[in-house]
Design a protein around this ligand. Structure first.
Ligand code: 5CA
Length: 160
């Protein structure tokens, strides 16, 4: 299914999606999908239907934590700390790149350099379909909330 000419980062994500056997198709858009707002505009969907992939870093163990959140929501770090039972430090752009293998603006919910403990914002579950980044600031793919939960192995939580 790696048919259309995807950039190498987007191809990597397509291969990971193919491995799940879910027929999910990465698309590279003519316009930027760097932010949730950009992506919603480029796709023609609600901002809430965009899956933001936000990387956090635990303060003591310095582990990466991925939160996939609805594009209109702000993650409440206090709630995340309560779930983790650990304070959060700051994840800078280098940490995100190092842990996921992707640059901010294109971080996909799956296919990271190493598996990352993941939480799924429950607000995403209200939509029939949602859109996530696929490795670059122009690449996205459409999926259902159930598929997102499945491929991330994430825990659905109230985190906003
Ligand atoms: N492609 C779109 C959605 S399809 C996308 O990736 N959106 S995003 O929201 O998941 O990615 C941008 C996010 O990266 C921002 O919401 C912000 O939380 C985070 N971010 C932006 N700049 C920095 C930075 N300098 N350090 C750490 N995180 C950052």
């Amino acid at each position: 299914m790696t048919d259309n000419q995807l950039s190498s980062s987007a191809q990597k994500v397509q291969q990971v999606l193919d491995a799940f056997g879910l027929k999910l198709q990465v698309m590279e858009m003519p316009d930027s999908t760097r932010t949730a707002q950009d992506a919603a505009q480029a796709i023609g969907c609600l901002v809430g239907q965009i899956v933001k992939s936000l990387v956090f870093k635990t303060k003591r163990s310095r582990r990466p934590i991925l939160v996939v959140a609805s594009g209109q929501n702000r993650v409440d770090e206090r709630k995340l700390e309560a779930l983790l039972q650990e304070p959060l430090g700051k994840a800078d752009a280098d940490f995100v790149r190092q842990q996921t293998g992707f640059a901010i603006g294109g971080v996909p919910p799956v296919g990271h350099a190493m598996p990352i403990e993941t939480f799924v914002d429950k607000d995403l579950l209200q939509y029939e379909s949602i859109w996530a980044a696929a490795g670059t600031p122009r690449a996205v793919f459409r999926l259902t909330p159930a598929e997102l939960v499945k491929i991330t192995g994430g825990k659905v939580v109230d985190i906003c």
